[in-house]
Design a binder for this molecule. Structure first.
Ligand code: URP
Ligand code: ZN
Ligand code: ZN
Length: 478
């Protein structure tokens, strides 16, 4: 077993920062020590196998991206990152655990969907991984299968109020599934958009010749997100199920969550970097020499990018500060322009929905520290500690403390990261949704369960380093 001492860094947690040395033995953190500490008179630096000098740098718990879709079959194609390429890119960016979504559809058994997802991931991941369960066909068989997921380490499941004919669940199905969640402690995750309403608006736009990606954002109006968020909250209230709303982008949806939380309801919300930085006007409405107005397809995702003029982005940052939103995940669901996004040339409805960001979440959120949107501690909380607590991994993940997995990132606040396909880009995509973004910081070293997997611009890990994480119940249950 290798012993490693990380010296001289500032250890940052969700609650504070301290100059400390971190001792790793094999796969675990075994001590957090005063700098230069002499344990029983011994010079630790001389007795460990490796010393990593983190002077002037932050030492943080590895990022946990609790919303990814590796290899997701969607929109007539499949997300372009495999578990191998996507988790390697995640490691490059300082994420050491992902929670991906196993898929069940109408007519399929939940157990079979889950088994298939295990087959896709096992032996291929660069970092640890867990699963949520997508329940795309809420029938009696699926409802009966839900409680058994807990013993499998799957303690959360996602339903969709959007995508009629694909993953869509109606109110009756949602109610029944939430009743199971309330009885068992499973956490209900909700894609909260009114799909039937969106489909009518989208059809009318296309009939009127408004077929460019921009109109994806018009069809998926904020009213459809607010209404669905409110409905999900009320159904959760009725059943007593806790609720976690994924990829929140509309300020009105945040207000629904905040109101429910103020009334004491156990509801949570996640946003994503794209809803903090990107917009309907600048990205969905973009045009280029290569693609013309179809350039915006790079940013077609659901929920959609919202209008900057309406102030959604500023409101998301504010909600992260005030804890009206609790987490930032990526909803990593990458598609290439060639052969994938271009399926929707001439009809935005056929553009596969999704953006790839798994590699950049830690950097993008750190830039929020630099610009004063969030504190250093909140950065760690939003990207690692709360995801661990929300999804039943805290103690093992999400913290630098004795007994925790040695998932550690050494982050240089004096470094710099330029994002772009010819710069920092390891995701399996032919473009970057983050082209040209500049970050005033740098992921220097990434340690995943005790193994240095990224250091000094080199990838040192391999497929199969990552193991399945059996998760417990959410630690926010009351
Ligand atoms: O655009 C998105 N979000 N694609 C992935 C599927 C989902 O709804 O999360
Ligand atoms: Zn979704
Ligand atoms: Zn998603």
């Amino acid at each position: 077993m290798t012993t490693t001492l990380i010296t001289g860094g500032t250890v940052v947690s969700a609650t504070g920062r301290v100059l400390a040395d971190v001792l790793v033995d094999g796969e675990r953190i075994v001590a957090v020590l005063a700098p230069g500490s002499q344990l029983l008179g011994s010079d630790l630096t001389a007795s460990v196998d490796a010393v990593i000098d983190a002077t002037g740098k932050y030492v943080i718990p590895g990022g946990i991206d609790a919303h990814t879709h590796m290899q997701l079959p969607f929109g007539g194609t499949s997300a372009s990152d495999t578990f191998e390429t996507g988790t390697r890119a995640a490691a490059w960016g300082g994420t050491t655990t992902i929670v991906d979504f196993a898929v069940q559809r109408t007519g399929e058994r939940v157990q079979d969907g889950l088994a298939h997802w295990h087959e896709l991931a096992a032996g291929n991941c660069a970092i640890d991984y867990g699963f949520h369960q997508i329940v795309g066909g809420v029938d009696a068989d699926a409802l009966a299968a839900l409680p058994g997921l807990i013993d499998e380490g799957i303690t959360s499941f996602k339903m969709f109020m959007a995508y009629p004919g694909v993953f869509y669940a109606d109110d009756a199905q949602i109610l029944r599934a939430m009743q199971v969640a309330a009885d068992t402690g499973l956490l209900t995750m909700m894609h909260a958009e009114n799909g039937p309403v969106i489909d009518v608006l989208a059809e009318q736009l296309v009939e009127a010749g408004k077929t460019d990606p921009y109109f994806h954002g018009i069809a998926r109006a904020w009213q459809a997100e607010e209404e669905a968020t409110h409905r999900a909250i009320m159904l959760a209230n009725l059943t007593g199920a806790p609720l976690y709303v994924v990829h929140v982008s509309a300020k009105q949806a945040v207000e629904q969550l905040a109101t429910a939380r103020d009334k004491g309801q156990n509801v949570f919300g996640e946003t994503c970097p794209q809803y903090l930085y990107l917009s309907l006007e600048e990205q969905l409405g973009a045009s280029s020499e290569q693609w013309g107005a179809f350039e915006g397809a790079k940013w077609v995702c659901s929920t959609p990018l919202r209008s900057r003029a309406e102030g959604h982005q500023d409101h998301m940052w504010q909600a992260l500060r005030t804890n009206d939103l609790q987490m930032v995940s990526t909803d990593h669901c990458p598609f290439c322009m060639k052969g994938q996004k271009e399926l929707g040339l001439g009809d935005f409805r056929a553009i596969p929905n999704g953006i790839g960001s798994v590699e950049h979440r830690m950097d993008l959120m750190y830039q929020g520290v630099v610009t004063g949107e969030i504190t250093l501690e909140r950065w760690v909380e939003l990207t690692s500690t709360t995801p661990a607590r929300m999804f039943g991994m805290y103690g093992q993940k999400g913290v630098i403390a004795p007994g925790a997995d040695a998932d550690i990132v050494i982050y240089d606040p004096n470094g710099h990261t330029s994002i772009g396909v010819d710069k920092t880009h390891h995701m399996n995509m032919d473009h970057s949704a983050w082209e040209g973004f500049e970050i005033d910081g740098h992921v220097d070293t990434v340690i995943a369960r005790g193994k240095v997997v990224v250091d000094a611009g080199q990838y040192l890990g391999r497929a199969g380093d990552g193991r399945f994480v059996k998760r417990g119940l959410s630690q926010y249950l009351i």
